[in-house]
Design a protein around this ligand. Structure first.
Ligand code: DOR
Ligand code: ZN
Length: 337
């Protein structure tokens, strides 16, 4: 199969930032229809009014169909969340454990304090997206997702059995099993399908491979590839494309995030091709996500073609410059304009 036409995919986890970075990256999500946009700005997008204003800035910058999220804090007003979801301003709420990742300082420390807002979300069907890592400095960075499943997610699920949950950017075989056992949704990034921690650390240190949750060992990458290409409806496409200026990545203390938006769709197609599963790409990229969020799939289509290896630019943008994630092996698929 050298060409593939599928319903237009959506990106269920995207960082677009604000200001000059927003203007650089907003036009670059090649091939995607809608995108669920993360709220970890400075200051974070914590109210329905802030989400509505941010949505307009995104559209003005060149991304036409953003779906908005609210950043959950211990002060979040349940009534504002319910109202913003009911009137279509937001599609979901994002929970960052405080300190887990970029701009997560306003996130959740004391999980008892978010009980009322999560109760309201459960009652009104508002989806919750989770950054699934514990932040205890005593817990090894490679174990933080696994520990989250046991100590945070399992109790949350028990307390709120009707809550609509997306476990974001899963990175381990353990998370794959948990998602299937509990019937929740999960996004998978393309860097976690294409690379493992050796790719990041074994031949020098590659800052553009560094993201959170951090890349894991090969057997986890392979479990994610199996999950994504299995056809299970729990798993869907979320790039977590997270642009940082080149100087913040190529630094003594490197910022977390891989910038994949422009070539992510081609790269997912490459992975599905390598797995002999191109027939499952449409479900993962275009159907399971809308079903999870109770939206219609896109009506239009996109065509992918196999050809010469994609040539990635050294960087996108001028000020700021953003370096794309290069998996280090050929991406032979191209998205028709
Ligand atoms: O690598 C990451 N970058 N992981 C996240 O969870 C946040 C993101 C960012 O905003 O830079
Ligand atoms: Zn993210």
């Amino acid at each position: 199969m050298d060409t593939l036409t599928i319903r237009r995919p959506d990106d269920w986890h995207l960082h677009l930032r604000d200001g000059a970075m927003l203007r650089t990256v907003a036009p670059l999500s090649a091939g995607f229809g809608r995108a669920l946009v993360m709220p970890n700005l400075v200051p974070p997008v914590t109210t329905g009014a802030m989400a509505a204003a941010y949505r307009e800035r995104i559209r003005a910058a060149g991304f036409a169909r953003p779906l908005m999220t609210l950043y959950l804090t211990e002060e979040t007003d349940p009534a504002d969340v319910v109202r913003a979801h009911a009137d279509g301003t937001i599609a979901a709420v994002k929970l960052y454990p405080a300190g887990a990742t970029t701009n997560s300082a306003s996130g959740v420390r004391d999980w008892d304090r978010i009980r009322p807002v999560v109760d309201a979300m459960e009652e009104h069907g508002v989806p919750l997206c989770l950054h699934g890592e514990v932040t205890d400095p005593e817990v090894d960075i490679f174990d933080r997702e696994l520990r989250f499943l046991d100590t945070r997610l399992a109790p949350l699920r028990d307390m709120h059995p009707g809550l609509r949950i997306t476990l974001e950017h899963i990175t381990t075989a353990d998370a794959v099993s948990w998602v299937l056992d509990h019937g929740v949704g999960a996004t998978i990034t393309v860097q976690h399908l294409m690379a493992d921690r050796n790719d990041m650390l074994a031949v020098g240190l590659r800052p553009h491979h560094y993201c959170l949750p951090v890349l894991k060992r090969r057997r986890h990458r392979d479990a994610l590839r199996h999950a994504a290409t299995s056809g299970a409806k729990n798993f869907f496409l979320g790039t977590d494309s997270a642009p940082h200026p080149q100087h913040a990545k190529e630094a003594a203390c490197c910022a977390a995030g891989c910038f994949t938006a422009p070539h992510a769709l081609a790269a997912y197609a490459q992975v599905f091709d390598e797995e002999g599963a191109l027939g499952k790409l449409e479900g993962f990229a275009s159907l399971h996500g809308p079903a999870h969020y109770r939206l219609e799939p896109n009506a239009d289509t996109v065509t992918l073609r196999r050809g010469e290896p994609l040539e990635l630019p050294a960087h996108h943008g001028g000020d700021p410059r953003v370096v794309p994630f290069d998996p280090g092996h050929p991406i032979r698929w191209h998205v028709d304009a």
